[in-house]
Write a protein that binds this ligand. Sequence first.
Ligand SMILES: *[C@@H]1O[C@H](CO)[C@@H](O)[C@H](O)[C@H]1NC(C)=O
Ligand SMILES: *[C@@H]1O[C@H](CO)[C@@H](O)[C@H](O)[C@H]1NC(C)=O
Length: 178
Amino acid sequence: MNASLRPALLLLLGLAWLAPGSCGPACGLQIPPHDQVARVARFVAHQCDWASMATISSHRPVEGQPFSNVFSVNPQASLSMSLAQTDYCRQQGFDPQSPLCAHIILSGSVLEVNGTEADFAKKALFSRHPEMIDWPTDHNWFFAKFNISQVWVLDYFGGIKTVTPDEYFQAPPHRKHH
Ligand SMILES: *[C@@H]1O[C@H](CO)[C@@H](O)[C@H](O)[C@H]1NC(C)=O
Ligand SMILES: *[C@@H]1O[C@H](CO)[C@@H](O)[C@H](O)[C@H]1NC(C)=O
């Protein structure tokens, strides 16, 4: 098994699961108002095609230490996505660490899926990452979803805000066009 490729796919799968949609980073970005925190969170997740994932390592010699990749599947993880991954922050002149360069952190656990859930995950993933359809199957890839327990949002001054999973999933992932 290729241990370095497997985590990458797992990570992207999680993303695809969270943010299926049709309007990619090429769309002119119009971020939702900062007081609509759940909408901002969905928006950021929808715009980003990849994320950085941190887990607690269960491998020597870094056992018990934070590790920003998925090596073993220690299911507790945190996933972060930022509009710095799009052109938005550069165009607006926002430093990636500025709260105005909206970013989110999802806390939760990684759960392997199968059956219809895996079919859905595959469709969502390949719609964003078509090249993966042809990746060799002998790397023990698996499809997973991210079971979100809390969403953290940094999109404005005044500190980090939280959104519950219910609020997150109820918010539309992109701007409604009327
Ligand atoms: C599908 O996943 C569930 C929960 O993870 C598990 O209990 C079940 O055995 C799996 N089924 C197959 C066919 O792998
Ligand atoms: C999903 O996460 C919630 C906490 O937010 C937890 O209570 C639940 O057990 C998790 N589900 C699974 C299948 O691990």
